[in-house]
Design a protein around this ligand. Structure first.
Ligand SMILES: CCCC(=O)SCCNC(=O)CCNC(=O)[C@H](O)C(C)(C)COP(=O)(O)OP(=O)(O)OC[C@H]1O[C@@H](n2cnc3c(N)ncnc32)[C@H](O)[C@@H]1OP(=O)(O)O
Length: 303
């Protein structure tokens, strides 16, 4: 009887699920389609490398920044590919987790400096920055629990990409470095705004104004990293280690994991009143759902 009532309520609420305001896919800059078309055309002119996406049956996806000849620097076409993959992941209903990593033992050396030089007027720079802000904000908002697996160096825009994941895991000898100041810049891919939220404004100010190399232990100390990977003489590859680490958070059905991520994103991004409304709607989408009914039927005890 109780279960039937819950099921009925679920049907009622589920009708409203389509009304859950979508956090994902929401553009950072709305009404900018002309700018997008223009910048996409410019980015096409800087080819090289790739961003590769593998979606596994387990619900974990692996996104690899792949341009080893340039220490995985982002070419223009890689920026476009990254955005396409984010769009694909936004629609991945079976997804639970995402690992962002770099090819050939290093993470990413930021924007391809050849593109930076060619797009050095401030108008183009701002458009490229808007494009990457949009993509990386959507990456962070994905309803997947994401982790950056940092090996080797994460420099400039590469350091910014690490902050677009929920968590960061670093190999023992790896380094994250916001080198922007050394090339007369500040972060422009949303990395400063995210860094302040991750490590606090004092630590962010230290990292950006000194452009210091942040090793794995210092990163853990200030909360930039969530764990140090074991050296590779262990049996696991770094990717396997990251998958194992992530599995602590991605156990269970995808609708529940996605709902968990969504309530956190709304709590982080919205004013309290809106966050509470969003939480109500997300709650309504899982209440009386299959995972909830199954757990109730099992009289689950949290021992
Ligand atoms: C808002 C976004 C702001 C940005 O991201 S601006 C870009 C910030 N990144 C940088 O300034 C990185 C500059 N590169 C470096 O410091 C060094 O190359 C780095 C990454 C420490 C690696 O040093 P090493 O291990 O000694 O290797 P290397 O210098 O010989 O590099 C190997 C090849 O990769 C190239 N490379 C590395 N980073 C690049 C980049 N960002 N854009 C374009 N090419 C890049 C480098 O030029 C070299 O190529 P080549 O062998 O000389 O043809």
């Amino acid at each position: 009887m109780v279960l039937r009532c819950v099921g009925h309520l679920h049907q009622l609420l589920y009708r409203n699920a389509s009304r859950i305001p979508r956090q994902r896919g929401k553009a950072v800059y709305s009404g900018a389609s002309e700018v997008w078309n223009e910048i996409k055309k410019k980015l096409q002119a800087f080819p090289g490398g790739s961003v590769d996406l593998i979606k596994k049956e387990s619900g974990i996806a692996v996104l690899t920044i792949n341009n080893p000849d340039r220490m995985n620097a982002f070419s223009g076409t890689m920026m476009l590919e990254l955005q396409d993959h984010v769009t694909q992941l936004e629609a991945w209903t079976n997804g639970k987790g995402l690992i962002v990593t770099g090819a050939a033992g290093t993470f990413c050396s930021g924007s391809d400096l050849n593109a930076v030089r060619a797009l050095s007027n401030s108008e183009d720079g701002i458009k490229m920055c808007m494009f990457m802000q949009d993509t990386l904000t959507r990456l962070l908002r994905l309803p997947l629990i994401s982790v950056a697996l940092v090996e080797g160096r994460a420099l400039g825009g590469g350091a910014e990409v690490t902050t677009a994941c929920d968590f960061r895991l670093m190999a023992l000898a790896s380094e994250i470095q916001f080198v922007h100041k050394q090339i007369g810049l500040v972060p422009g891919w949303g990395g400063a705004a995210r860094l302040v939220r991750i490590v606090g404004s004092e630590n962010a100010l230290k990292l950006l104004s000194s452009a210091q190399k942040v090793n794995a232990s210092y990163a853990e100390q200030i909360g930039l990293s969530d764990g140090v990977l074991s050296p590779l003489e262990t049996l696991d590859t770094t990717l396997a280690q990251a998958e194992k680490w992530l599995s602590d958070f991605t156990g269970g059905p995808s609708p529940v994991i996605q709902a968990v991520k969504k309530v956190v994103v709304s709590g982080r991004e919205l004013p309290l009143q809106d966050a509470l409304r969003m939480e109500r709607d997300i709650f309504g989408s899982v209440w009386g759902g299959p995972a909830n009914l199954e757990a109730l039927a099992l009289k689950f005890k949290h021992k």
